[in-house]
Write a protein that binds this ligand. Structure first.
Ligand code: GLN
Length: 292
């Protein structure tokens, strides 16, 4: 950062960083600058504007400069501040977990919808990562019990700390394991929900650099056709659902038909209309286990 005689006020820092990050290719340079500076100053983002003429001291400037350097190299803001909001819940995130996406909130909405009228529902979140889906459902439905599974011990540590932070540990159980293996002799369940890895291996190199280089490929890579995990998950889920229970899956925007075809091999599962995300793309597929 160029050092001139004028003081480095909040406003001047934000303006400088905005153009710097824009040149470095950020699509949201102002927001990035605001989030990172409010993190360093331990204040709310909107409060920056009531203090914009205030000078930022050299220690804070050094911390901020370090964050801006990492952001300019492509590191996602959520990892830099260790935090991301999902379904109005602030969650801790680290590079061991996928950053929760707004798209995934559509899966939570679908889950809350099908849980209406069911008392003390039992729900499984497969590949919980930061715990986003499980914790959002537990937070919204105080009578629900959840099992949240992940293959990654690092992810489970993050998810458990998020549960503690939101006082949901007594209703959300975290289990390490592969897909539904840890609950194979439990259930049946009202809902099995998942945002599984669904990106075809060959597509990973084309993802945004921030995703490709910083987020865990374990949470993204769905094998050669992108459906390797999804197909195993459907097969394991079908017998574990209560009659009238639901399987809810986040999918890639071009996977609606292939996933419907996979569901077609399970006559006991009845697919529901696909849910579209905020951009209008197919994003969440649900199937109901037929009664009897
Ligand atoms: N939607 C995520 C992305 O585009 C992928 C999530 C996933 O594979 N489950 O980065």
């Amino acid at each position: 950062m160029p050092d001139r005689d004028e003081p480095w006020t909040i406003l001047r820092l934000l303006n400088w960083t905005q153009s710097y990050l824009r040149d470095k290719g950020s699509e949201s340079p102002r927001l990035d600058a605001e989030v990172l500076l409010s993190h360093v100053l331990q204040t709310d983002r909107v409060k920056l504007y009531t203090q914009y003429a205030q000078e930022v001291g050299s220690t804070d400037r050094a911390s901020y400069r370090e964050l801006i350097r990492k952001r300019a190299e492509g590191s996602p803001v959520a990892y830099l501040v260790g935090r991301k909001e999902f379904f109005s819940l602030p969650l801790s995130v680290s590079p061991g977990v996928l950053i929760p996406r707004p798209d995934t909130e559509f899966a939570v909405v679908e889950c809350l919808d099908v849980l209406k009228g069911r008392a003390e529902p039992l729900v499984v979140d497969v590949g919980t990562g930061s715990g986003a889906i499980a914790l959002a459902v537990a937070h919204q439905r105080i009578d629900a019990r959840l099992v949240a599974i992940d293959l990654s011990p690092d992810a489970l540590a993050v998810a458990r700390s998020n549960a503690e932070r939101h006082r949901l540990s007594d209703r959300v159980e975290f289990v390490e394991g592969d897909l539904l293996a840890p609950v194979a002799d439990r259930g049946p369940f009202d809902v099995i929900i998942s945002n599984p890895p669904y990106i075809p291996t060959g597509v990973i190199p084309t993802l945004d650099a921030g995703v490709r280089e910083f987020e865990p490929h374990l949470a993204l890579d769905g094998g050669e056709d992108g459906l390797r995990v999804v197909s195993r998950l459907i097969e394991q889920a079908a017998p574990l659902l209560k009659p009238g229970g639901h399987l809810i899956l986040e999918i890639g925007s071009d996977q609606e038909q292939p996933v419907r075809d996979l569901l077609g091999s399970f006559p006991e599962l009845e697919p529901a209309p696909t849910v579209r995300d905020g951009a209008g793309h197919p994003r969440v597929i649900r199937a109901r286990r037929r009664d009897g």
